[in-house]
Design a binder for this molecule. Structure first.
Ligand SMILES: Nc1ncnc2c1ncn2[C@@H]1O[C@H](COP(=O)(O)OP(=O)(O)O)[C@@H](O)[C@H]1O
Ligand SMILES: [Mg+2]
Length: 385
């Protein structure tokens, strides 16, 4: 940790020292990843449970910035079961996107690096640790096994190419072998129709700016589905859309999931969306998972004070309130995390023990886990994991 001056500014000398140290660390990571002909045994691993599509295990993802090390994801563990939807919630900046980008190896390099932990991807007959995957191999994984839908469709589409060309390119790149241009176009049209675009022939020839936001997001979903991936990551896919279109896109995703039997990791800050979409919920706070469980457990029996606060800050139809609840205080600075529970300074339910080190996980049911001192009584009765 860099020593700061009283005002919180770094001296020039200190900043140069940090930058040099960062380069040394990130160069070592990059060198390893850029190697050629890495034997498969280096990134081969085993699923803890073969019914899972993805397992995040103690993931630490840091950004080595000139102001210090940002611990964006600091020990995240959860799993995405095959064919299920896992909702990841938490306020903005808590590390949701960084968690998913770590799986896709799309972190901003070289400063963003996975420094510890495993991300196990179930390939059917074997499993790969995505954190050890060399660059060479990633191309085969992205799109074919895992694909991603982003928040702002316009940033995922290239404004100077027609929709058809862009979807064709995805198919040609991944599944193009032995296919003629006509085959590929037919598949594109089929995909566009699958995501509910009625005028598929017309849209095939249009440019992105000629489509509405909802249509563009449908095109992005079509591109994500092009190679029938096993896992789809949807990172706030409806946040940039207005409410009616949002509902349509959610419906679409739900229907598609049943059709293609993929697992979905659904990232959002919107609890309403989670309630509609998810089978399991993971609640993140300041780079950690504070609570996880089935959607029923999280909504009917939230345990962590942060989850309880999130529930209370959500408007309820038919319930009149003067003012919506808001959780007091703000998220701690990720460069300088406290060495006790990260939520303690904002928590209105503190108990004895909260000033101690970061709480470990307590198991409340087969599927329900929480990291909070309020449940340590249970833990002492043998509920520890
Ligand atoms: N390229 C980057 N460089 C430095 N810090 C980053 C970078 N990307 C994300 N972060 C930091 O990581 C934390 C988590 O970000 P993110 O995962 O994007 O949050 P969200 O939960 O809103 O998706 C934030 O504190 C953010 O400032
Ligand atoms: Mg995000």
């Amino acid at each position: 940790m860099a020593k700061k001056k009283a005002e919180g500014y770094l001296s020039g000398r200190e900043a140069r020292r940090i930058a040099k140290e960062n380069r040394r660390i990130t160069n070592a990571f990059e060198k390893k990843r850029k190697r050629k002909n890495v034997p498969e045994s280096e990134y081969l691993t085993q699923m803890a449970n073969p019914d899972n599509a993805v397992e995040f295990d103690n993931l630490h993802t840091y950004f080595y910035t000139d102001a210090g090390v940002v611990k964006s994801v600091d020990g995240v563990s959860f799993e995405v079961p095959i064919g299920k939807t896992v909702g990841v919630v938490g306020e903005s900046g808590c590390g949701k996107s960084v968690t998913s980008l770590s799986l896709m190896q799309l972190l901003q390099r070289p400063q963003g690096q996975v420094v510890e932990g495993e991300i196990r991807l179930n390939m059917g007959d074997k499993a790969y640790d995505m954190t050890k995957m060399p660059n060479e191999q990633m191309q085969k994984i992205r799109g074919n096994y895992v694909s991603m839908i982003f928040q702002e469709p316009m940033t995922s589409l290239n404004p100077v190419f027609r929709i058809g060309e862009q979807v064709d390119e995805v198919i040609a790149l991944h599944h193009g072998e032995g296919k003629t241009k006509e085959d590929i176009k037919a598949r594109t049209i089929e995909l566009l129709e699958m995501v509910g675009i009625a005028n598929s022939q017309g849209v095939y020839r249009m440019y992105p700016h000629e489509l509405s936001g909802g249509m563009r997001q449908r095109v992005c979903i079509a591109m994500a589905l092009a190679c029938s991936p096993k896992v789809i990551i949807a990172d706030e896919p409806t946040t940039a859309l207005d409410v009616t279109i949002q509902a349509q896109v959610l419906d679409l995703l739900r229907n598609l999931k049943d059709k293609i039997n993929s697992s979905i990791m659904f990232i959002t800050h919107d609890l309403g969306v989670i309630a509609e979409m998810a089978d399991y919920v993971v609640v993140m706070y300041a780079g950690r998972v504070v609570e996880k469980g089935t959607v029923h457990e999280i909504f009917s029996n939230p345990a962590h004070p942060y989850t309880i606060g999130l529930m209370a800050s959500k408007p309820v139809v038919g319930k009149q309130v003067d003012k919506l609840y808001s959780i007091p205080g703000k998220v701690p600075n990720p460069i300088d995390m406290p060495n006790y529970c990260y939520f303690k300074d904002r928590c209105e339910m503190c108990v004895k023990g909260c000033e101690g080190e970061y709480p470990t996980q307590v198991q409340l049911s087969d599927t329900h886990f929480v990291s909070c001192y309020r449940y340590y009584d249970k833990k002492n009765q043998g509920g520890e994991v």
